[in-house]
Design a protein around this ligand. Structure first.
Ligand code: XMP
Ligand code: MG
Length: 179
């Protein structure tokens, strides 16, 4: 446990079990497609690392950093690319690896952006989905866990850059963050 957390939602064991199942599913679905997994930094970094170890078909990785949040806990809807992909994605089967989908604004932007670059396909894998937070209609293709409309941290997810290193995921105490 951690003093800033209200409760733990997912233990390391629970995360690994779900990620193992997802890896097996993706190995099946992307057999012979040489997919390009795109990690959305920084939140998805832990998830990406654990997921790709469980994908046992040829694949490649790339990384993108985008910002929509700043230090606040609410999405602004304004997306900026801080670090772009290293290579062209034309004709590639893309798998976007996200930590969490909340309003859906980030993902809607990203999907559109990658399709414009003439990817063959763009699917979305997210560790967490917060369906109650949605502002645009978008549904992840693969999701490990649905979570309630609370601010969660740990396992890559941060508040003001903290808590990413926790091996589990929990709900941040309200008095720790500013709305
Ligand atoms: P949207 O709202 O555009 O946001 O779907 C997706 C991004 O917002 C961040 N996010 C969170 N980060 N705990 C976090 O640490 C949360 O509960 C949370 N909800 C959204 C996250 O960076 C995600 O990629
Ligand atoms: Mg993120």
């Amino acid at each position: 446990m951690h003093p800033d957390l209200e409760e733990i939602l997912f233990t390391e064991e629970q995360l690994m079990k779900a990620i193992g199942e997802l890896g097996a599913q993706l190995s099946h679905d992307y057999k012979d497609k040489n997919p390009l997994f795109i990690c959305v930094l920084k939140g998805a970094v832990m998830f990406m690392a654990d997921l790709v170890k469980r994908v046992d078909v040829p694949m490649e990785m790339d990384f993108m950093a985008i910002s929509s949040y700043g230090a606040s806990s609410k999405s602004s809807g304004v997306v900026r690319i801080l670090k772009d992909l290293d290579r062209s994605v034309e004709g590639r089967d893309l798998v976007i690896v996200e930590d969490i989908v909340d309003t859906g604004l980030t993902l809607a932007y990203l999907k559109e952006n990658l399709l414009h670059r003439r990817a063959a396909s763009v699917k979305v894998v997210t560790l967490f989905d917060k369906p109650e937070g949605r502002k645009v209609e978008i549904k992840p293709d693969y999701c490990c866990f649905e979570v309630p409309n609370a601010f969660i941290v740990g396992y890559g997810l941060d508040y003001a850059e903290h808590y990413r290193n926790l091996p589990f995921v929990g709900v941040l105490k309200r008095d720790v963050y500013v709305e």
